[in-house]
Design a binder for this molecule. Structure first.
Ligand SMILES: C[S@@+](CC[C@H](N)C(=O)[O-])C[C@H]1O[C@@H](n2cnc3c(N)ncnc32)[C@H](O)[C@@H]1O
Length: 253
């Protein structure tokens, strides 16, 4: 299945909001004022829009899924921010060499079929002295745990390269700087989280369909993992909160 077809399953505009904080945090942590930035696998543009809001000279958001780019364009227009949106594969971006001072990707580049080719494309797009920064879920964080919870149901699925520092350095190179960060996921309840994942998140929508009659068992296991990873409480409304670890990788062009 092509990435564009896959990522239009469910509704990323809804579920992506749950983990949009890392994109905004990344934009705030990079000093992009007066720099040219390209955000790869931008989806609904969370990170690209935040980078434009931080005063980047120019921002280009690239994604394979046209419906997500249309939503990104609506969001940027609503905030009166200027971002150029390009429909393309991350391994083949129709921009000249050295287009950007900074290339970013939040939980996007990691899905490229050929990560080496996607990383080479990042290097091609980045000017000398520039940097490439991407985020990925940590094996020890909630999303790593969710993948591990489902792995007995999908024994053929390969281990992801991007969940550990060693795995990332094996693909990017030993010079990659990898730091762990976290954000607080807030959802009404563990049940609400599982329900959002199975309805709106493409990997879970497809996983549920593939498992068919076995999905209720897998769903129960996911519910248990989510419940164990967070706390339910709050002063006014009881909500579920989990501190979710992810990795931020930075390297030079
Ligand atoms: C989990 S979403 C992340 C979106 C966004 N960066 C964010 O932080 O919300 C993954 C995105 O990667 C895009 N994507 C996956 N494979 C791609 C590829 N080979 N080329 C371009 N985009 C791709 C999908 O269309 C989707 O928008």
């Amino acid at each position: 299945m092509e990435p564009s077809e896959f990522w239009q399953l469910g509704d990323y505009a809804i579920v992506g909001e749950l983990w949009s904080a890392p994109g905004r945090d990344l934009a705030a942590s990079l000093d992009v004022a007066d720099l040219d930035v390209v955000d790869l696998a931008t989806g609904t543009g969370v990170t690209a829009i935040a980078l434009a809001g931080e005063g980047a000279r120019s921002v280009v958001g690239v994604d394979a899924a046209p419906e997500l780019l249309a939503e990104a364009a609506r969001r940027a227009a609503a905030r009166d921010l200027d971002v150029t949106w390009i429909e393309a594969d991350v391994a083949s971006v129709p921009l000249p060499d050295r287009s950007a001072d900074v290339v970013t990707s939040t939980f996007g580049l990691i899905f490229a079929a050929d990560p080496g080719a996607a990383l080479d494309e990042c290097r091609r797009l980045t000017r000398p002295g520039g940097q490439i920064v991407f985020t990925s879920w940590a094996a020890t964080g909630l999303f790593g745990q969710l993948r591990q919870t489902l792995s007995p149901y999908f024994p053929e699925a390969p281990e992801p390269w991007h969940e550990t520092i060693a795995g990332i350095r094996a693909i990017v190179g030993p010079e990659a700087e990898v730091v762990e960060r976290s954000f607080t996921l807030v959802v009404e309840s563990p049940e609400a989280f599982v329900s959002q994942l199975e309805r709106f998140s493409a990997p879970f929508v497809l996983g549920a369909e593939a498992l068919g009659d076995r999905w209720p068992l897998a769903r129960r296991d996911l519910h248990e993992t989510i419940t164990a990873a967070g706390d339910i409480g709050g002063d006014i409304d009881a909500v579920y909160r989990a501190e979710v670890a992810y990795l931020v990788t930075t390297f030079a062009a």
